[in-house]
Design a protein around this ligand. Sequence first.
Ligand code: CP
Length: 289
Amino acid sequence: MNVFTLSDVSNQEILEILEEAEEFKKGKEVSYKGKKSAAFLFFENSTRTHYSFEKAALNLGIKTQNLEVSTSSVQKGESLYDTCKFFESIGSDILVIRHPEENYFNQLDGIKIPILNGGDGTGNHPSQSLLDLYTIKEHFGYFEGLNLAIVGDIKHSRVAHTNYQVMRRLGMNVYTSGPSFFQEEGYQYIDFNQAIDKMDVIMLLRVQFERHNNQFTLTKEEYLNQYGLTIEKVNRMKKDAIIMHPAPFNRNMEISDDVVECRKSKIFEQMKNGVFVRMALINRVLNNE
Ligand code: CP
């Protein structure tokens, strides 16, 4: 069983993963006693996804290996397929891959061990979306009818692309907001100022400068003022509403410093929940080999 995109995971399966994540958060223990090993192949930078997947594996008693891309034979031109086949050959039981190429996994048909997608370019980020769903469900207890705005650099965000689809599928009213040049055609747009007091969840996104080819012209201050979340805007949010961000974040750009850890912010809870969700994901695919 692979998890490349949540389009391949049913609503029922998603709810089951979230339920097992909750059990892990409450202290359920599962140990593979060092008899399984996981390899992490990160061809694009990561802190949260990489190390929370590794923490999840270690919590499950799984041995871990991390590919150092910069000193590996990738630098001699070895293909992604051949790199994965190597890890399969030496006995890895599961691969977690992040790669800058969208749908990179289409080249991995011949790999026989489970693969979890840690992000493919601007395409999919299934484990991030699952931890976002977990955090929302933990706070509200349900999805149906919740209003959520994803704000900012939608176009370059695999988090936005994944969440927009799956959260609508689970019955949430999902909107996107922010600068027009960052919007996706066909997505349901809402003006940010008008959205603030109507949303149950405001999900901010990092402005991804590395994917813009230096075409971004707004200053940090201009962006914060027009599209960023400041404490003044937080004070206009619904009483029970929450703030999310997949991180890393540009402080004082899409989110002001004093909002990062304010009472409505779930940002660090999202990171904590990521470990339990990834434990559930790893356990599920290893049990479905
Ligand atoms: N949220 C997220 O994917 O963070 P990293 O890029 O640090 O993994």
